[in-house]
Design a protein around this ligand. Sequence first.
Ligand SMILES: [Zn+2]
Ligand SMILES: [Zn+2]
Length: 345
Amino acid sequence: MRPSFCPRLVNGPFGDPGLYIPFGFQHRAIMFDLGDISALSSKDILKISHIFVTHTHMDHFAGFDRLLRLMIGRAKKLCIYGPRGFLKNVEGKLAGYTWNLVNNYSDSLVLEIAEIHAHEVIRRQFPCLNQFKAREEPDIAPFNGRLLEESGLSINAAILDHGIPCLGFTIEERFHINIRKNGLATLSLQPGPWLQVFKKSVYDNLDAATRIEAESTHKGQLTTFRLSELMAHIAQITPGQKVSYVADAAYNVTNIKKILSLVDHSDHLFIEAAFLDKHSDTARAKNHLTARQAGSLAGRARVKQITPFHFSPRYTECGQLLEAEARQAYRDSFGAAVAPPARKT
Ligand SMILES: [Zn+2]
Ligand SMILES: [Zn+2]
């Protein structure tokens, strides 16, 4: 299956955390964490619609300035989510600059900042044309784990303990729409942007009689089909893709329970593995996971693929040890389901 989300770490395992997740062929991406993003192109950054920040230790949030610098002057709403205290952090960043000339822009960026508490989400809007001063009263809504819900996907969060509240995230497709090549051939159609329109119509649960314009193999002409016809010929529905992200969490009973529940059966888990297990005292003192703990959580949650990252700089010369420890623990705790069958003698 061709995945809908194509996540990639912006930096290597020793660099600032940041997971860039473009959405297939759509001109859109989201991010988990916002550390140094100088490795991302301007084009990639401008695709971002939503950013989810685990916590505001500098290495997870220092990319804010570059992001803002690029987005100012664009007609766009950018939504950024973070843990308790996030509104004050963002206001502090915005207060660090002078905004007397922004009225010259004809298009207006609006920052929508959401701060996640145990039972509520507090949202405030900061319009560029208002010199990034907050608009009116905040909007307060109940929080039950879900941060964003669209017709085709949802994003959930858990509030973890890192000495401070620190969010873990997961993005999940409601279901996956595979396009059958032989079905396209039967209808003499070729792939193109129209497939995004078709998929959106399916996710939006539009009426079966809805007419969709499809691109014909004959000189790219447009042919109209009913949604139900296209569904019958070119679509195959399979379970949706799930990508999870855990950065900076203490290894304690409450966190373990929350992480296992959040990342359960993910297709891909990105998880911090800051220290080797022989340095677990340091990991405990700094409220971080060891590589073994990260791997074991991934195995217990039955994730399909694990990417350990956020390695402590003390291992710069031996990052492969962290990688190996995490993968070994993953295999061990996943157990017989992934272990090769014992050879009969
Ligand atoms: Zn941290
Ligand atoms: Zn960190």
